[in-house]
Design a protein around this ligand. Structure first.
Ligand code: HEM
Length: 440
């Protein structure tokens, strides 16, 4: 038996075996291409900081897994770049994506969360992934980028066409890319003519001495932020709520002291972070990790999920404990590619949890069997059916007359890995933000 058997279905059962006996292991990915999987905390940490592991596809041996295949106008993104290009673009992004910008979004985030909860009514059953965890991040990202209100419907439809490929409409992803490219070109022209207080206007304006973002870099960045900011956050909110509902003692502790929400979010990231792997990397020369030599150009996957449950770093790692010391977790990466959106992802998840717990004193899983999306890279729930009530005395769901549950199948399809017919030209890669940069 291969030590990686079962990785897709039961990753947390398989990682201990890999860390123990095969910490650098050659696997075959879902698309049939080979890759090296690194699972121990110290090795993952070292790999994330190792400049010999390139993110630039030009260092990849043909036939190895390279992630998203995107047109050039979307591929000039941070997760496909090494220094010095990465350093230059990242510095420009840092000038526009400031702490003030995240702070500015906090009140609108809370308003959006409250509006979504209003729509659920005082009690009922719902799929929280569909009704809450999904629409909230798309609204936040549109607010961040400055996508006008009247375009948001289109924007969401294009995003969903890429993230939720419909096997019956294989051309939809490609059409969405073409439509999105046209939309961005027009939007950039509008923002150049009428700059507003939003991230896109700032990204258009930022200069670093004589440097500024090229048109392709700008488009790629907007695209990357959209996907990074959308999919991962949906999954973190869903994972966090499901963990709390499965651990009533931790839920009670958080309800008793909501000031603990920020540290709880760190534990959710550590315990069940949505980016199970960092972006694929390619050694520019033969590299030895834990005694195993990985040839130049072969794909390296570093498992953030495994590192974050390595008992050598986190005692009793499978136990959820919102009071534990989570420092050093790698759920948002490390080093030069550390997640640009980390402050926003944290703020959004904290606000989503605070609003939900305040609104519904009664909240419970409606189905004990949780269905995970069939993805190695993106750890997220296909659906999260819950019962809820604003009445702390009521038996939530017992008298449910509201059913807002959306089609859970739609979310089962959310991962292109699950869809063998997905158009490879538009297939979101592992960086989802990744495009799934914790996708490209
Ligand atoms: C819970 C939510 C999120 C998670 C778990 C997450 C995870 C990650 C990880 C692990 C990386 C590093 C990838 C690597 O080194 O291989 C990364 C990079 C990145 N993330 Fe996030 N992310 C999240 C939310 C966001 C948000 C909200 C945004 C933007 C609004 C964002 C934008 C980016 C960008 C632009 C990069 C590339 C940085 C670079 O290469 O320099 N992410 N993210």
């Amino acid at each position: 038996m291969d030590p990686a058997d079962g990785l897709l279905d039961h990753p947390h059962d398989v990682y201990p075996r890999l860390r123990e006996s095969a910490p650098v292991h050659r696997i075959t990915g879902p698309d049939g291409t080979p890759a090296w999987l690194v699972t121990r905390y110290d090795d993952v940490r070292a790999a994330l900081a190792d400049p010999r592991l390139s993110l630039d596809k030009k260092h990849a041996t043909p036939g190895t897994y390279q992630g998203f295949r995107l047109p050039p106008a979307l591929d000039a993104n941070l997760l496909n770049m090494d220094p010095p290009d990465h350093t230059r673009v990242r510095r420009l992004v840092g000038r526009a994506f400031t702490p003030r910008r995240v702070q500015q979004l906090r009140a609108p985030m809370r308003e959006s969360a409250d509006r979504l909860l209003d729509a659920l009514g005082p009690h009922g059953t719902t799929d929280l992934v569909a009704s809450y965890a999904t629409p909230l991040p798309i609204t936040v990202i549109c607010d961040l980028l400055g996508i006008p209100e009247h375009h948001r419907h289109d924007f969401r439809a294009w995003t969903d066409a890429l993230l939720l490929p419909d096997p019956a409409r294989p051309e939809a992803g490609k059409q969405a890319i073409v439509a999105m490219l046209g939309f961005f070109a027009q939007l950039f022209a509008d923002k150049r003519a009428h700059p507003a207080d939003d991230l896109l206007s700032d990204l258009i304006a930022v200069r670093d001495e004589d440097d500024r973002l090229s048109e392709d870099e700008l488009t790629s960045l907007a695209f990357l932020i959209l996907f990074a900011g959308y999919e991962n956050t949906v999954q973190l909110i869903g994972n966090a709520v499901s963990l709390l509902l499965q651990h009533p003692d931790q839920l009670a502790a958080l309800r008793a002291d909501p000031a603990r929400i920020p540290s709880a979010v760190e534990e959710f990231l550590r315990h069940e972070g949505p980016a199970a792997f960092a972006i694929r990397r390619f050694p520019v020369e033969d590299v030895t990790i834990a005694g195993v030599t990985v040839p130049a150009g072969e794909t390296v996957w570093v498992s953030l999920a495994s590192a974050n449950r390595d008992p050598g770093r986190f005692p009793d790692p499978d136990r959820l404990d919102i009071g534990r010391d989570t420092s050093g977790h790698l759920a948002l990466g490390l080093g030069i590619h550390y997640c640009v959106g980390a402050p926003l992802a944290r703020a959004e998840t904290e606000i989503a949890l605070a609003a939900l717990l305040e609104r519904f004193p009664r909240l419970a899983l409606a189905d004990d069997e949780l269905r995970w999306r069939p993805s190695l890279r993106a750890r997220g729930l296909a659906a999260l059916p819950v019962t809820y009530s604003t009445d702390s005395e009521a038996h939530a769901g017992a008298d449910a007359d509201t059913d807002t549950e959306a089609d859970p199948e739609a979310h089962a399809k959310a991962d292109p890995e699950a869809d063998p017919d997905a158009d490879p030209e538009v297939e979101p890669d592992d960086s989802s933000p990744t495009p799934s940069p914790a996708g490209s």
